[in-house]
Write a protein that binds this ligand. Structure first.
Ligand code: SAM
Length: 262
């Protein structure tokens, strides 16, 4: 395949854009294959989250909401919002008047989320939009809060998504990313590697009959930028006061930043 200078530049800036887990692919193929992963797991996604994390993903998500401190007068966008876990927590914390947009590239994931919201009787002030985090169909300066939970790792061009987040936030608006990250202690990292490479794909295979999607999960975590690098990329995308907080020994981190009034 012919590689242009622009592609080389993009690759340098986004080294993860051409990796689907451990496989080297084109950026377009990465986006398609990620779509395929979530098509395949959508119906079992919530159950699998509980099984693989022993329910801890609920605590991580609650911790994110504690950082966000949702307020009823704010407008929220939850990107890569999938089956609605973050949106529902925002609704619980902010009350029925908060306006929440859930955006995700995968219609099947959103359908599961929309059905959950119907079950909860939460139809008003919710919007479910199928879209790529890299090109959001929202005007500049639209939202007070942008959240992305376990989503950024799957986006093909992370920096493009960060710049979109910056664009759609109002001045003073806040960005939050909850994502798997990198265990800092080398001994714990070895245990974590064992669990991720040997156990997670097996649970995935047993429950969803789809080992490959869970192998992708494990590999994509390893390819995701380390905590300090992601913080730097937030700053490069325009965010002020960029910082992060590790949870569970760095298995997961919350990054945040502010779109300054300038
Ligand atoms: N945020 C939810 C949560 O925390 O449970 C769902 C996370 S799930 C691991 C990742 C989600 O990212 C999937 O719903 C997937 O469709 C979505 N996704 C992947 N690439 C995306 C992209 N480029 N733009 C928007 N959503 C994307």
């Amino acid at each position: 395949m012919k590689t242009t200078r622009n592609q080389n530049h993009a690759q340098k800036q986004n080294p993860e854009s051409e990796w689907f887990g451990r496989e080297k692919v084109s950026a377009d193929e990465k986006t398609d294959r990620v779509l395929g992963v979530f098509d395949s797991v959508a119906n079992k996604y919530d159950l699998m989250n509980d099984l693989m994390s022993g329910g801890i993903h609920r605590l991580w998500k609650n911790a994110l909401i504690k950082e966000v401190k949702p307020h009823p007068a704010q407008k929220f966008v939850d990107v890569a919002g999938g089956t609605g876990d973050i949106a529902f927590r925002i609704r619980e914390a902010a009350g029925l008047d908060a306006q929440i947009t859930v955006a995700d590239i995968n219609e099947n994931m959103l359908n599961v989320g929309r059905n959950r919201s119907i079950d909860k009787g939460w139809l008003d002030n919710f919007e479910w939009i199928t879209t790529n985090a890299e090109s959001l169909p929202f005007s500049d300066n639209s939202f007070d809060v942008y959240t992305i939970s376990f989503g950024l790792r799957n986006v093909t061009h992370i920096d493009t998504a960060l710049k979109e987040a910056f664009r759609v936030l109002k001045p003073g608006g806040r960005f939050f990313c909850l994502e798997f990250s990198h265990v800092t202690d080398p001994i714990l990292a070895r245990f974590y590697d064992f669990y991720s490479y040997k156990i997670i794909p097996k649970i995935g295979e047993f429950i969803t009959k789809d080992r490959e999607s869970y192998q992708y999960l494990v590999d994509s975590i390893r390819k995701f930028p380390k905590q300090d690098e992601l913080r730097k990329r937030l700053i490069d995308s325009g965010f002020a006061q960029a910082k992060y907080k590790n949870m569970t020994f760095g298995t997961v981190a919350i990054h945040e930043g502010i779109k300054d009034f300038a």
